[in-house]
Write a protein that binds this ligand. Structure first.
Ligand code: BG6
Length: 453
């Protein structure tokens, strides 16, 4: 294993920071907890845009804003070589002004400096499902081209400020999740009889342009900076050998690769061109040059599960085990996904999320999460096999360094972290941190793999 390999973990501002009094709201701050409804509202927030009274778990997160020093000290104790986190745009630009908020900028200075103190490589995501709500309210998110200008101003501000200490930049978290969470990823709310696919494509076009402009901004400021965008890697297997299932699988794949192709190859694949034509989305000549000249240095990918494609609409893979939250467990799928992605793009891949979300039990200050160790070990093994296959993987970051508010359910009890955070689904709890068994396991693994043992 390369000695510079980035062994680490991830968190995101909207799920862990809190610090609500010193920033403006993000898109997830106004979505309440609720297993049945939350994901639906992350697609179309409906009456939540009127901000009714309720329990909004993201507003407090797990108080990383107040506790970042103690949390980073724990990450350092674990031996993390890299930490990916998101800057909250809503902390830097509190509203529609061109003047950044110095306190917000200073907070991330402090976080970065604290990480550097322990030789932890900071990796910044510019938007991790945490776009400012004022952008939704005023511009309806990325469907509006004006938001590309706002985004460019935001990223110019933060890249300028942090580039001397931050080498790796990720534009967005899981751009392809916009396919089913238009509001959360695009910041856009469908109006009246609008055609969803048309609005989605327009949003994606602008997000892709924003991504290319981040690459340009970073490389203009310092050509050695490395820029990626995160895609959700949850490939689909055809459920049967029916050609119709294979066709379904191709459709699924194209919904993902259509965005990655633009970002990595700088061109619109023929089927995306066709879709744009069909929905009246103009690919402007001046934009084409931007797409072509400012492509990604690496692909950031998340991997949790695989899916099945079936022309009958079946969703279950009868051959795979599942987590208590119904996500399939498929370590080999990760090796296959990495190979497929590398075969298509041949750019370095950074795994930025992989982990097991499940219930944990805190007993006498300990969490015996051997199930998590088992899940992660098997995935790491498959990643190493992909590296042996020849895939250039530059790092492995788990989700998540500590327990945070879950995105799809808004729950605390769907836990992914190496560090247990005492916060309950109803918001009660001391917020005290407890290293789990997996904390010590990962500490040991990093030492071993980095040749420090
Ligand atoms: C990823 C997101 O898709 O999945 C994270 O980037 C999220 O924000 C993670 O937390 C796990 O999903 P969930 O819904 O179980 O929290």
């Amino acid at each position: 294993m390369n000695k510079d390999f980035l062994w680490g973990s991830s968190i995101s501002g909207g799920q862990c920071e809190g610090g609500f009094a010193s920033r403006s709201e993000t898109v997830v701050d106004i979505i309440p907890q609720g297993k049945e409804t939350r994901f639906q509202y992350l697609n179309q927030p409906g009456h939540y845009l009127d901000k009714p009274e309720g329990f909004y778990p993201s507003q407090k997160g797990v108080e990383f804003y107040e506790n970042y020093k103690e949390d980073i000290a724990l990450y350092a104790q674990m031996g993390l070589k890299a930490l990916r986190f998101s800057v909250l745009w809503s902390r830097i630009f509190l509203d529609d002004t061109l003047e950044p908020n110095e306190d917000g900028l200073k907070f991330y200075d402090d976080v970065i400096n604290e990480l550097k103190k322990y030789n932890i490589e900071p990796i910044i995501t510019t938007i991790h499902f945490d776009m400012p709500l004022w952008i939704v309210e005023k511009y309806n998110g990325f469907v509006n081209r004006k938001v590309v200008d706002l985004y460019q101003h935001y990223v110019h501000t933060i890249v300028n400020r942090y580039h001397d200490r931050v080498k790796y930049w990720i534009s967005y978290c899981e751009i392809n999740v916009m396919n089913h969470a238009l509001y959360m990823v695009g910041g856009t709310v469908l109006k009246g009889n609008e055609d969803r696919e048309q609005v989605l494509l327009q949003c994606a076009y602008h997000k892709l342009l924003g991504n290319a402009l981040l690459v340009k901004t970073c490389h203009d400021i310092d050509p050695t900076l490395k820029v990626g965008c995160e895609v959700a890697g949850s490939p689909a297997y055809p459920l049967t050998s029916s050609p119709l299932d294979y066709q379904e699988m191709m459709k699924e794949e194209r919904r993902d690769t259509r965005f990655t192709d633009v970002m990595v190859k700088g061109i619109f694949p023929y089927y995306l061109r066709k879709q744009c034509e069909e929905y009246g989305i103009e690919i402007k000549k001046e934009d084409e040059d931007i797409f072509l000249n400012h492509t990604l240095d690496f692909i950031a990918v998340s991997y949790y599960k695989t899916q099945v494609a079936s022309h009958k609409g079946e969703k279950e893979n009868p051959l795979l085990e599942k987590t208590p939250f119904g996500w399939s467990i498929d370590p080999l799928g990760m090796r296959l996904m990495l190979n497929k992605m590398y075969e298509r793009y041949e750019v370095p891949i950074l795994i930025v999320e992989n982990g097991l979300g499940t219930f944990d039990k805190l007993e006498d200050g300990k969490v015996h999460d051997d199930y998590r160790i088992d899940y992660l070990s098997k995935h790491i093994q498959q990643m190493e096999m992909a590296i042996e296959d020849g895939v250039e993987v530059i790092g492995y970051l788990t989700w998540a360094a500590m327990d945070v508010v879950s995105t799809s359910e808004g729950m605390m009890s769907k836990r992914y972290g190496f560090i247990y955070v005492d916060r309950n689904d109803d918001g009660t709890g001391s917020l005290k941190r407890y290293p789990k068994d997996s904390f010590y396991w990962y500490q040991n693994l990093i030492k071993e793999k980095s040749g420090e043992k």
